[in-house]
Design a protein around this ligand. Structure first.
Ligand SMILES: Cc1cc2nc3c(=O)[nH]c(=O)nc-3n(C[C@H](O)[C@H](O)[C@H](O)COP(=O)(O)O)c2cc1C
Length: 348
């Protein structure tokens, strides 16, 4: 029997847990349709930014340009900026067209941090047919007078405002840098989020030593980045009453499987599809099916969360104790030279 990949995310029934994350690939109809043909369960459109709405313009051109040139294979998959979402009206039109062209759910994305007039676009996305809304609260807090409590309160207020504005399901995409993330997750749930998307990647600027300028730097993710969402999804599964989406570092089906076992309802993918093309999505689905058949799992629902912290035979594996154990078990590799070591302990 073919394993059943269907999953429930934000109350939506999806045919697959593999979801296209917000990226230039979801900014154009052709690649969206191609992603759909490769079996994804849903697509998240690129974000409409608070700044874009307030000023009608955001300069992401340099970022995208830079990225295109730094990844040879990616070039074909990066549409030009004109095709990326550049203004609120164009955004809503893209959403309407995506809804008309695709059978899978389409999730609109808003990206901003402050409650304000721009949030009426949440309602406009709902009116344009979005099946759900993802609110990305990416921020870099640099004000020495603004405390963690202030930041959390502002974010919670924002989520409440969006929740009140729309009746479609709401997911909140957050970064990992909260002092007490489990508590923050519970607060987001209380404020009305139906799902959490873990985690935002923070794009760190670099210094160009030739021009002595600060350069924006957008690098695609690496598989090593998977561990952060993996741990937090495992910890939160069963502790907060929201759907959990994993994003960052999914480059193969094994990573997708690990996240589902940890407790993700869906696994989002951007970098792998940008680097290797939309067919990666089909590979991920096929890998999951093969593994499930071999292990006699009938459905994704059956395996979801079976290695979350709550279900795990060794719950401490996700906590501080594991850190200590990993450090203590660090051992030089027998075949390596005196300066080269491998960390066998962490991989156990
Ligand atoms: C070129 C590019 C553009 C992106 N644009 C958005 C965006 O508009 N909104 C958003 O929430 N995330 C955006 N992301 C982040 C991705 O949705 C995803 O969360 C992140 O890349 C981590 O997943 P990955 O490891 O599969 O790439 C973008 C990522 C890339 C590489």
């Amino acid at each position: 029997m073919t394993p059943d990949l269907t999953t429930t995310y934000l109350g939506l029934r999806l045919r697959s847990p593999i979801v296209a994350s917000a990226s230039p690939l979801t900014s154009n109809l052709e690649s969206l349709q191609e992603l759909e043909r490769h079996g994804i369960g849903a697509a998240v459109l690129p974000s409409l930014f608070e700044e874009q709405i307030e000023h009608e313009q955001i300069d992401v051109h340099e970022l995208l340009e830079h990225q295109t040139h730094s990844f040879g294979e990616a070039t074909t998959w990066f549409p030009e900026l004109e095709d990326y979402s550049t203004g609120p009206e164009a955004y809503l039109e893209h959403l309407r067209q995506a809804k008309a062209a695709l059978a899978i759910p389409v999730i609109a994305s808003l990206n901003g941090v402050s409650p304000g007039g721009w949030l009426r676009y949440a309602r406009l996305c709902e009116d344009a047919g979005a099946d759900a809304l993802e609110l990305n609260v990416y921020a870099v807090e640099t004000d020495v007078d603004v405390s963690a409590v202030d930041v959390e309160a502002r974010t919670i207020r924002l989520v409440r405002e969006v929740r009140e504005a729309v009746s479609i399901p709401l997911a909140v995409k957050v970064g990992p840098f909260y002092t007490a993330f489990a508590h923050m997750a519970a607060q987001l749930s209380d404020a009305g989020a139906d799902g959490l998307v873990l985690f935002n990647r923070f794009l760190q600027p670099d210094i160009d030593l030739e021009t002595l300028e600060i350069s924006p730097w957008l690098a695609l993710s690496t598989p090593a980045e998977l561990r952060l969402p993996l741990r937090w999804i495992a910890i939160l599964r069963g502790r907060v009453r929201v759907s959990l989406a994993a994003t960052t570092g999914v480059h193969d089906w094994q990573s997708a499987l690990k996240l589902l076992l940890a407790g993700a309802d869906v696994v989002m993918v951007a970098s792998a599809a940008l680097a290797r093309g939309p067919s990666v999505m089909a590979d991920l689905g096929a890998g999951l099916r093969t593994w499930m058949t071999e292990r006699e799992y009938a459905s994704v629902e059956q395996l979801k969360g079976s290695l979350s912290q709550a279900s795990c035979p060794d719950p401490a594996a996700f906590e501080r104790g594991n850190y200590m154990r990993a450090l203590v078990s660090y051992a030089p590799s027998p075949e390596a030279g005196p300066t080269s070591t491998s960390n066998r302990g962490i991989e156990r």
